[in-house]
Design a protein around this ligand. Structure first.
Ligand code: PLP
Length: 387
């Protein structure tokens, strides 16, 4: 499937060049309408029925399960943030003294602090795999270093499918193979890839996948998703919520306290998962992402950025080889002679939104962007270099 731009679905003004969905997505019209419907329902609470607390969440779990190729939607939990999901995983992992938790350099903090805490608790070690300081084959070598670092000491590997700040692609298939050989758990943060890059649980078989919902999945800020594999089937949730217990649909029996949880990952859902406003928005968002398909989104992003990538390289920017990075999100190392303060103010003046990190900028795009947006970025960069 080849997608055309979908600008008409969004409410982004013509003079805005938004290349920063990796920070926060805009929403499209169907999501906006769904949110309004949720608000209307809240305005008239007598229209809220018992099944409204459960059925929409089940529909949402089925959609996320479909997106990441999971057969049983009961393996999906709706959670409020990545930190909540990672804390849930960490809460169910027991280590031995001297074990290693492997993470990637400059990993997002919500996928770091819980590991630091867990390592402290069990006198284990955090092993961080840095990006090699080489010009060619940097990500290829990085992947090799990750594989080499997985040994019998490794208890758990926690990482993204890509690096959140520059789109470096990690070979999860090989990493899964090595972790299985050494009996280590694999926990993936899919926040910057799921939705815009194909991801299949059937293919990778992670022990857990945690994913923010407000970026590539177009959800409201405060929604996230988790997949839990069989290792977590009998685990302990962070909180004890009435809705996660068996037969909680039977409101009259709620105080016949129920010792059993609903099956599989349901126990890990955050309290008040049935949020009438959020869930309606999330359902519309995931339906559309599934219809677009992550593969076609990735291809579209490649098609609108390819020319600009070449032009930026001519200007002296460094961009990772396209076989080792994603197209929906990538880093640009700025030329040494470029004044970052001037670039920042020029971008602001021209309403071009990107993310800055030291002498890098992170570009992230979607179907509301066009090649014209990238031309504007190149033009802006060219004019700053000429100053
Ligand atoms: C890789 C990654 N993980 C997680 C998050 C968000 O974490 P949380 O939901 O805990 O705020 C982000 C936000 O930018 C991210 O880039």
């Amino acid at each position: 499937m080849i997608l055309q731009h979908q600008k008409d679905l969004f409410d982004l003004p013509e003079d805005i060049t938004y290349l920063n969905i990796a920070s926060q997505s805009p929403i499209f019209k169907a999501i906006y309408d769904a949110g309004i419907n949720g608000l209307k329902q809240k305005s008239r609470p007598y229209t809220i029925t018992g099944s409204d607390y459960f059925e929409p969440v089940t529909e949402l779990k089925k959609l996320f399960a479909k997106l990441i190729e999971v057969d049983d939607y009961n393996r999906i939990a709706t959670i409020p943030s990545v930190s909540y999901g990672i804390a849930t995983v960490a809460n169910n992992v027991t280590l031995n003294s001297g074990d290693e938790i492997l993470v990637i350099d400059e990993q997002f903090p919500s996928n770091y602090y819980s590991w630091e805490k867990l390592a402290k608790k069990y006198n284990a070690t955090i092993k961080t795999i840095s990006a090699p300081n080489i010009e060619t084959d940097r990500v290829k070598q990085w992947n090799e270093n990750i594989l080499e670092a997985i040994t019998d000491k490794t208890a758990l590997v926690a990482m993204g499918n890509i690096h959140w700040s520059n789109g470096s692609l990690f070979n999860l298939k090989n990493i899964r193979k090595k972790t299985t050989q050494h009996n280590a758990l694999l926990v993936i943060d899919g926040s910057q890839s799921v939705g815009a890059l194909p991801f299949s649980v059937k293919d990778i078989a992670p022990d857990a996948l945690i994913c923010a919902g407000y970026k590539w999945l177009f959800g409201p800020y405060g929604c996230a998703y988790a997949y839990f594999g069989s290792y977590f089937d009998n685990g302990t949730p962070l909180e004890e919520n009435w809705g996660n217990r068996l037969d909680s649909e039977n409101f009259t029996g709620l105080t016949n306290y129920q010792p059993k949880y609903k099956p599989l990952a349901n126990r890990y859902c955050v309290g008040e998962s049935g949020n009438f406003i959020y869930i309606k928005m999330q359902i519309e968002a995931l339906k559309q992402v599934i219809e677009w398909t992550p593969k076609a989104i990735q291809d579209y992003c490649k098609s609108i950025s390819a020319k600009a990538v070449e032009e930026l390289k001519v200007l002296g920017c460094e961009i990772e080889d396209e076989n080792y990075r994603t197209h929906h999100l990538f880093g640009i190392k700025l030329p040494e002679n470029l004044n970052i303060a001037i670039l920042k103010s020029a971008l602001t003046e021209q309403n071009i939104f990107v993310s800055f990190r030291g002498n890098y900028i992170r570009i992230s795009c979607h179907l509301y962007n066009t090649a014209e947006d990238f031309s504007k970025l190149v033009k802006c960069m060219t004019s700053v270099l000429a100053k």
